[in-house]
Design a protein around this ligand. Structure first.
Ligand SMILES: Cc1cc2nc3c(=O)[nH]c(=O)nc-3n(C[C@H](O)[C@H](O)[C@H](O)COP(=O)(O)OP(=O)(O)OC[C@H]3O[C@@H](n4cnc5c(N)ncnc54)[C@H](O)[C@@H]3O)c2cc1C
Length: 433
């Protein structure tokens, strides 16, 4: 049986991994050359702690406040476009307690499954992507953020996750670089992190070794339909535009991240999803100042320490795909770091990065950005499409694509094979609208 996967991000690659394991003849079509996409420059967190969907009470109010602050971590580009308005209405409707209550269990199950499967990947010789299971700490400075984080911590405990609440002194002992006015933190001990750039280089190499046919620079342009299904996927090799090619398929997996709605439309499907741009910056650090990955809660800034490198990232700009870098937001990310971790101001690598004149001049080189595929209710779309029998959708993971990749790939292979999935996947059905 032949499967064609559209998109070589972490979701497409993970689907290829598990379909190949189940004996499918897999072709993966990627319009780029697999050296960059949203799955590369992200923070590399595996976050079972992030079981609350993005669409939750309070987000709309916070989002509106942030909209008017040029350095804030959230922005919606107001455009008179149907897809944005429709996405916004659905997001607004989903941001309620009932939606959160029924989403927490399926989100947590998928996140925990993925964490476990990603840990299993590390046992392959082909992989060495700095998987580290030492958790992630949420640090807060205000009573309001503390209250929200503690609520989250208690829910995590009821879900069976390992959590430690840190007071001011305990937080300071864990991470001596912290400012004394940081009120405390919540250490989610089941969280883990990896180096996504390494995973994204190593995974295609392993898949090709196992016989997956990865075609780079192959842009999907349409589908040949027959009897309510897709018979073949049409694509062009982007540097040879004249030549149309087809991949005959029994199963098509749409894993094209932020570009998925356009491709779904070509197949006659509707997928409410918007790109959510985020930035990151990475520096080489001979001396690592940070012991644990952490999120600076009020600033929504994340920091990931690897053996030799440190990555700082944040922001969610909802709007169409474009290559504009909003410099005040980049500056906002860097300014937040010493507000929690003042020792960074003595760090030569950080000081060099936070030299804003230099950074502005070298923005394209130093600032990475990627487009998170953000679904309209904060849950990913995983499962068969509404109208097209053999079209499987696997996208919409927003800020949790790495965290949910392995579990998503596993679900795709189980559903494709007609098996009952190991976890209940009904909440992720693309037909839920
Ligand atoms: C700053 C930032 C930090 C983040 N941190 C984390 C984190 O710590 N943990 C976490 O879990 N997630 C994180 N994320 C989110 C995560 O990066 C994404 O959810 C994930 O990368 C999405 O993967 P994907 O495979 O769906 O999409 P992508 O990685 O975008 O891959 C989609 C691919 O489809 C290809 N494609 C599109 N159209 C076509 C076509 N017509 N034909 C062929 N190919 C096509 C694209 O070229 C692309 O390569 C972060 C994101 C950002 C921006």
């Amino acid at each position: 049986m032949k499967a064609t996967i559209i998109g070589g991000g972490i979701i497409g690659l993970s689907a290829a991994y598990y379909l190949n394991e189940e004996g499918w003849e897999v072709t993966l079509l990627e319009k780029g050359d697999l050296t960059d996409n949203c799955s590369f420059g992200n923070m590399g967190y595996l976050s079972p702690s992030h079981f609350v969907p993005l669409a939750a009470p309070g987000i709309i109010g916070k989002g509106l406040l942030w909209m008017f602050h040029s350095k804030s971590p959230f922005y919606v580009r107001p455009l008179p476009r149907y897809e944005l308005i429709d996405w916004g209405i659905r997001f607004f409707r989903a941001s309620n307690r009932r939606h959160v209550a029924r989403s927490i269990r399926p989100m947590a199950d998928l996140l925990m499954l993925s964490r476990q499967l990603t840990a299993e990947w590390t046992t392959h010789e082909a992989f060495d992507f700095e998987f580290t299971g030492n958790g992630c700490v949420m640090y807060f400075q205000t009573p309001q953020a503390e209250k929200e984080e503690l609520e989250n911590a208690h829910t995590a405990e009821t879900l069976g996750q390992k959590v430690e609440i840190l007071g001011r002194e305990q937080a300071q002992a864990l991470e001596p670089e912290l400012r004394p006015d940081v009120r405390g933190g919540v250490w989610f001990k089941d969280d883990a992190h990896l180096d996504p750039n390494k995973l994204m280089q190593q995974m295609p190499a392993l898949l090709e070794l196992r016989g997956v046919n990865i075609i780079r620079n192959a842009e999907v342009t349409g589908f040949q339909r027959q009897n309510g299904a897709i018979g073949a996927v049409r694509y062009v090799i982007t540097d040879q535009y004249a030549e149309q090619r087809v991949a005959e398929s029994d199963l098509v997996v749409l894993a094209a991240g932020s570009w998925s709605p356009q491709l779904a439309r070509m197949a006659g499907e509707y997928l409410p999803l918007m790109p959510g741009k985020g930035y990151s910056m990475t520096v080489d650090t001979p001396r690592q100042r940070l012991r644990y990955p952490c999120i600076l809660v009020e600033a929504k800034v994340a920091l990931t320490p690897w053996a030799q490198r440190l990555r700082i990232g944040s922001t969610m700009e909802i709007g169409p795909v474009n290559d504009r870098i909003l410099f005040p937001r980049v500056q906002g990310i860097l300014e937040a770091v010493p507000r929690f971790l003042p020792g960074f101001l003595d760090d030569p690598a950080f000081r060099e990065l936070a030299d804003y004149d230099k950074l502005r001049a070298q923005m394209r080189k130093k600032v990475w950005f990627g487009f998170r595929p953000v679904s309209a209710d904060g849950l990913p779309y995983i499962g068969f499409a509404k109208k097209t029998k053999n079209l499987m959708i696997a996208t919409g993971h927003a800020m949790l694509g790495v965290s949910m990749a392995a579990g998503t790939g596993k679900l795709v292979s189980e559903l494709a094979g007609g098996k009952t999935p190991g976890i209940d996947a009904s909440a992720f059905s693309p037909g839920r609208y």
